[in-house]
Design a protein around this ligand. Sequence first.
Ligand code: PMP
Length: 320
Amino acid sequence: MQTQTPPKIQLQEQAVTHPQWGFLRGQFVPIADAKISIMTQVVNYGIGAFGGIRGYWNDSKQQLYVFRLYDHYRRFLNSGKLLAAKLPYTAEDLARITLDLIRREGYRTDVYARPLIYNATEDITPRLYDVEFDFACFTRPLGNYIKLEVRACTSSWRRVDDAALPSRGKITGSYVNSALARTEAHWNGYDEAIVLTHDGHVAEGSAENLFMVRDGKVYTPPVSENILEGITRRTLFQVFNDELGLPVIERSIDRSELYIADEAMFCGTGAQVASIIEIDHRAIGDGKLGPVTRKMQDAYFAVVRGENEKYSNWLTPVYA
Ligand code: PMP
């Protein structure tokens, strides 16, 4: 029997310029060689954990600052711990590898680093014992991940529950949940989804934590509401308190409370601080960027770009 030549798959044109370098199996490799086998457990079962780290270019200082690099790697290793994954690296080692990758590319623009700890074992039983985990990383330029003013809808998908899959860490497979929520929002004409917990409380966006402003007070769901323990969320706790004089209150938030909130915002490494101006066809506040969110956006960008000296301990300069 003659086999037919399969048709060539047309890959979509990538908007991103590929980096030159990646890190895999203990070494720096040209990105074209940074490949993982189709037989691995990470490819088949999503058994891995990842991170997302931003660096901001400061033109006047001619410097690229990586934001909360060590905090990101501490959470990254904790995400690995949820999978009982062990790596022969400390957070400091991983930070060094990341800085080296960024330097190799020579970026003079805002960047993103994507570390991954993955189950590299090639076997069909999904498991966390008797397997080998490896560390991989690449970098890329990154502008805004979502718009800074967004229209959101409540997703019909619920957030993964900690009793089924740990949501406090960035577990690779659990991002199917994010993809379902985000896709539903997109197909229905919204910019982003708000995902509820199984008992109907507000958890977060598909890839962002959420804050609400009501009567001059700032609220966000606690980490026990199946949210990712966001680094930006923690950053906002401090910046709200120290720069805006608004201590953040952690408590459960109902869906309908968001409808009558004065302001709401998403935050995350990718999303930064984005104003939610509409939810499920209700204007939030006046339906435009509110004063508290505007102040937080200004304060946040000053912090991450290295324009507020008070927070310089959160920044790691890339270039000497
Ligand atoms: N929630 C989810 C589900 C996310 O993927 C992200 C992005 N990492 C966030 C929240 C925000 O987390 P961070 O501020 O650490 O980027």
